[in-house]
Design a protein around this ligand. Structure first.
Ligand code: GLU
Length: 268
């Protein structure tokens, strides 16, 4: 087991980001309740073991699409903002239900890019997050899509999760997605593609591997995940990209098991 993976056992403050592709069925855009239940149970269990968890969740727009029975994501910004407003409530209702079942209290935080960049706003968000953590509550964060205009928008929750992780000095950032990790070539088109276990430096070659595409529902893709890892690493935060559909992967990777791709931080 690599040293970087062994150290994960000691991680205390953990940011977990989950993408739309993990949370919703691609065909119906409705929420994958069984997957969400497993995920929340694992998070609640990690919390029981004494860890601080900060949960960054996408899926609001998808949940809005599912609730309204739309066939696809609309083209206009206001329509997507409306769906984010509809879906955010749907999503929180489910999270609140599952967290409550496992005896946990959660707190919703909707941030914009400005809240993570502007010094004053950042300090405010940090203070609020710290107070929530001190109360033993699990913050559930999304971008405030319903009001975020282009100028203050981050646009994807991978980068948002890295900005949150740096804001609160997290030990680890874990990004759950619909692929096992970073591959040395596109596994969808190349059957010989190999999963990279550990990336010690984000070189232009690694960035090139990530390409640009995301799924139809989410906005990210491997590209924004690598950007997020870069931001987190610069702040000394080890980052992992793992499969979100694999039950127990989240807990097992924190035990040091070789799951997904790890980007070890080289400075504290
Ligand atoms: N904030 C968006 C949502 O909740 C998703 C952004 C992303 O997919 O990264 O639907």
């Amino acid at each position: 087991m690599s040293n970087a993976r062994l150290k994960l056992k000691n991680a205390h403050r953990i940011v977990i980001k989950v993408g739309t592709s993990t949370l919703a069925y691609p065909e119906t855009k409705k929420l994958n309740l069984s997957r969400i239940d497993h995920l929340i149970r694992d998070i609640a269990d990690l919390h029981n073991s004494g860890k601080e968890i900060i949960f960054v969740s996408s899926g609001a727009i998808a949940a809005g699409i599912g609730r309204m029975g739309l066939p696809a994501k609309p083209d206009t910004v206001p329509e997507n903002q409306a769906l984010a407003a509809i879906g955010q409530g749907v999503l929180m209702h489910i999270y609140e239900k599952f967290f409550a079942e496992y005896g946990k209290t959660m707190a919703q935080l909707l941030l914009t890019g400005n809240d993570t960049i502007d010094a004053h706003a950042r300090e405010n968000s940090r203070n609020s997050l710290m107070a929530i953590l001190k109360m033993g509550v699990i913050p559930v964060i999304n971008e405030n899509d319903a009001v975020a205009t282009d100028e203050i928008r981050i646009g994807d929750n991978d980068n948002l999760s890295a900005l949150v992780a740096t804001m609160i000095d997290a030990d680890v950032l874990i990004i759950l997605t619909d692929i096992d990790g970073v591959y040395n070539s596109n596994p969808k088109t190349n059957s010989q593609a190999k999963l990279i276990d550990e990336i010690n430096e984000i070189t232009p070659e690694i960035e090139a591997l990530a390409g640009g595409a995301g799924t139809k529902l989410g906005t990210g893709g491997m590209f924004t995940k690598i950007q997020a890892a870069k931001k987190a690493l610069a702040a000394g935060i080890t980052t992992l990209i793992i499969q979100g559909s694999e039950i127990g992967a989240l807990r097992r990777c924190l035990q040091g098991e070789k799951i997904g791709t790890i980007f070890p931080a080289h400075r504290e």
